[in-house]
Design a protein around this ligand. Structure first.
Ligand code: AMP
Ligand code: MN
Ligand code: MN
Ligand code: MN
Length: 279
């Protein structure tokens, strides 16, 4: 696979620094890579330098946390200007919302007698529930991330608090204002019924969204085909992204995905000549 348009570094909840991520992607055969950290663009400069050294194209990206009808959804922005003032302001809001939520979770953990996770708040990158899950594993409260989320972080558990994300429409708008194209990330991961998913996609398209992530990790051919038809029905293009977080054998590495179904319109179809959209 030539394109991988959804990946994470340790500026959000990935484990690799930007240079290591770009090197791994290049070695896996990726030629056009989007780095799309949750609610931050801090890794893009280093990623861009690494990409130039290795001769691959880096698409500046971000994955924005958003709310639609009380549900958290993720909107990937591709080809954004990371210095755009509206985007910078929106990301600052989201980073603050993450800190507010994380402080509440730390207090809830303390109240439940789990110990003091304050150190998690002091990391350089954004604070994610993944870092609290890391702490739960390191302190022996959970065997692994899955157990940490299930027992301590998921809705209905001691550490669950809703975060104040951007509204879906505002997430799409801020990506557009920053010159990017908005992609609805991993549409099947929200566990919506067919009808609700159509409502979400309809709203996303109406708001100015450009594409659905049709190929992502963990989908079978049938699911990919359904997403391709959904994109076509709402006039959306199609994107490809591994959602890479860490080099583990059970999760596909950057680049290890099937091609888009032939009848999709790829999100990169109308990109201007590469050097103008890429860093
Ligand atoms: P946050 O954006 O801080 O709410 O954290 C969400 C992130 O946690 C997602 O982007 C995933 O990378 C990760 N995640 C969500 N659910 C789980 C889970 N059950 N097990 C492991 N990681 C998860
Ligand atoms: Mn993540
Ligand atoms: Mn996501
Ligand atoms: Mn992601």
């Amino acid at each position: 696979m030539y394109y991988d348009l959804h990946t994470h570094t340790d500026w959000s909840d990935g484990t690799l620094d930007p240079a290591a991520l770009v090197a791994l992607a290049a070695a896996a055969g990726v030629r056009v890579l989007a780095v799309t950290d949750h609610d931050t663009v801090a890794g893009l400069e280093e990623a861009g330098q690494a990409a130039r050294r290795l001769g691959i194209d880096l698409v500046p990206g971000v994955e924005i946390s958003a709310t639609w009808q009380g549900l958290t959804v993720h909107v990937v922005g591709l080809g954004i200007d990371p210095a755009h003032s509206g985007l910078v302001a929106g990301l600052a809001e989201l980073q603050e919302a993450r800190l507010v939520r994380a402080r509440r979770i730390v207090a809830a953990f303390k109240g439940a007698g789990l110990g003091d996770a304050t150190a998690v708040l002091e990391r350089a990158g954004i604070v994610s529930r993944v870092h609290l899950a890391d702490w739960l594993v390191a302190t022996g409260h959970a065997r692994d991330h899955a157990a940490a989320f299930r027992r301590f972080l998921a809705r209905g558990s001691v550490g669950y608090t809703a975060a104040q994300w951007l509204a879906l429409e505002d997430a799409v708008a801020v990506i557009g204002a920053a010159g990017g194209r908005a992609v609805l990330a991993h549409p099947t991961r929200y566990r919506l019924s067919g009808g609700r998913l159509k409502q979400l996609v309809d709203r996303f398209a109406e708001s100015g969204g450009a594409a659905l992530e049709v190929v992502t990790a963990g989908l079978d051919v049938g699911e990919t085909g359904r997403l391709a038809r959904l994109a076509a029905r709402y006039g959306l293009q199609a994107s490809v992204g591994s959602d890479f977080h860490k080099p583990l054998p059970w999760r596909l590495g950057p680049g290890g995905l099937p091609d888009l179904p032939a009848d999709c319109t790829p999100v990169w179809t109308q990109w201007p000549i590469r050097s103008t959209v890429l860093m």
